[in-house]
Design a protein around this ligand. Structure first.
Ligand code: GI1
Length: 438
């Protein structure tokens, strides 16, 4: 049985959340609309028409939520800042919004919890979307100004920053598949958005070096073990390409100053233009990568698809998201990232959606305890294999707004009754509390 004492003494165990998924107060104290406020209010875009208008009401209940982290014994907390809450139109400063984050940071520090801030977790100010959003090259300057503001406001107390959460999702789900805000379906736009997200990342890192000299800054990406779903050589080929797009497209430019050539060639052969400017800014040195790992990805060759591949579902046990439970993939990808990029790593998200039900006032989520235990074991195995892994943030502290799935998927170690906003520590939270003392 794995114990906390098996991990390095200074290893961080935390939970992760995001502003739009938990805060609520969507129009309070001067907050402006984000693309997710508009997208979730657009009929048909989210399960049941769910929105983040109230969510977990964390904007008003943050002290209670910090107290829960403290009770469990967590020593770190990753959260995101709502850009339109602190700059309603992406430009003008909203002091009331900034004051909320000052209160949250102070509450965390008073409870000996280290804050990790994500500057962008998908909630772009709608006013900037109306100026072209991630398709407008000027967005990098707006993002730099926003980042500089937050570094100046919180950088005296917050020493760990993440520029972007999963730019792959923001660009490919937001501009190609259309599953996420702003709901475009254009692969060329996705490539332009991806590049402007990376340019914005680079500008924020440059601003950070000027404003917070004693801090650490990184980038969090989707990381998934991509494998062929059958034994055809063509499937091995497309799996290698998909691997480059998901696992290298947003890592390579930041470290090597260029996109993975195989993937560039594939896009060019499709008649697409791959942006190639500002790689010197994009590759401004960072201090760590954040790793969001949940599952593996199986792909097969599919000539009926313009992209020549299709996702397929594997035979392993799955979570409520339909994602296979595959802890070995975490180990494999941590080793891959270490050997390719040689940077310190934090697991900035790992967790599962479960069929969580309240019975007699309790939520018995043994499946989540098993999931976490198996992934903790693989993280420790990676550390013992030489990976410089410095922390692990469980997704998530609270059940929350799961984007297009609305409130139908529960990832929290703490159950949220959305009718009453009552929090109930699930069995997994109790297990974690014991683990952190072991
Ligand atoms: C393949 O999973 C992705 O890496 C991923 C999973 N998740 C994420 N990214 C996002 O960062 C969170 O906002 C989601 O709530 C969370 C759970 O879906």
């Amino acid at each position: 049985m794995i114990k906390r004492s098996d991990f390095p003494k200074d290893f961080l165990f935390g939970t992760a959340t995001a502003a739009y998924q938990i805060e609520g107060a969507a129009k309070e104290d001067g907050k402006g609309p984000s693309i997710w406020d508009v997208f979730s209010h657009t009929p048909g875009k989210t399960f049941n028409g769910d929105t983040g208008d109230i969510a977990c009401d964390h904007y008003h209940r943050f002290k209670e939520d910090v107290a829960i982290m403290k009770e469990i014994g967590l020593n770190a907390y990753r959260f995101s800042i709502s850009w339109p809450r602190v700059m309603q139109d992406g430009k003008n400063i909203n002091q009331k919004g900034i004051d909320f984050y000052n209160r949250l940071v102070d509450e965390l520090l008073e409870n000996d919890i280290i804050p990790f801030i994500t500057l962008y977790h998908w909630d772009l100010p709608y006013a900037l979307y109306e100026k072209g959003g991630w398709l407008n090259d000027d967005i990098a300057m707006y993002f730099r100004a926003y980042a500089t503001l937050m570094f100046n406001e919180l950088g005296d107390r917050v020493k760990h920053w993440i520029t972007l959460n999963e730019p792959w999702c923001s660009s490919f789900l937001g501009y190609f598949t259309g599953e996420h805000a702003p709901g475009h379906q254009n692969l060329q736009e996705a490539l332009i958005a991806a590049h402007n997200l990376l340019r914005s990342h680079g500008h924020a890192v440059q601003a950070f070096r000027e404003e917070v000299r004693d801090g650490k800054i990184g980038l969090t990406n989707v990381v998934t073990k991509v494998e062929p779903g059958d034994s055809r050589p063509e499937s091995f080929f497309v799996a290698s390409l998909v691997d480059k797009v998901i696992n290298a497209w947003f890592h390579d430019p930041v470290i090597f100053g260029k996109y993975p050539e195989e993937a560039v060639k594939n896009y060019v052969e499709m008649g697409l233009n791959v942006p190639d400017n500002d790689f010197d800014i994009i590759s401004t040195p960072i201090d760590f990568f954040g790793v969001n790992y949940y599952t593996r990805t199986l792909v097969v060759f599919d000539e009926t698809n313009p992209m020549k591949f299709s996702y397929v579902s594997g035979d392993l046990p799955k979570t409520e998201m339909g994602w296979e439970i595959y802890p070995q993939g975490l180990f494999d990808m941590l080793i891959y990232l270490k050997e390719r990029y040689r940077l310190p790593l934090y697991i900035t998200e790992n967790g599962m959606a479960g069929p969580d039900k309240v019975e007699n006032g309790k939520v018995i989520d043994d499946y989540r305890i098993e999931y976490l235990e198996k992934h903790f074991e693989k993280a420790l195995e990676a550390i013992n294999a030489g990976v410089n892994l410095k922390g692990y943030f469980i997704w998530s502290l609270l059940d929350n707004f799961e984007w297009a799935y609305g409130y139908s998927k529960r990832f929290g170690i703490v159950y949220v009754d959305y009718n009453t906003q009552k929090r109930i520590l699930k069995k997994s939270a109790q297990w974690l509390k014991e683990f952190l003392r072991s």
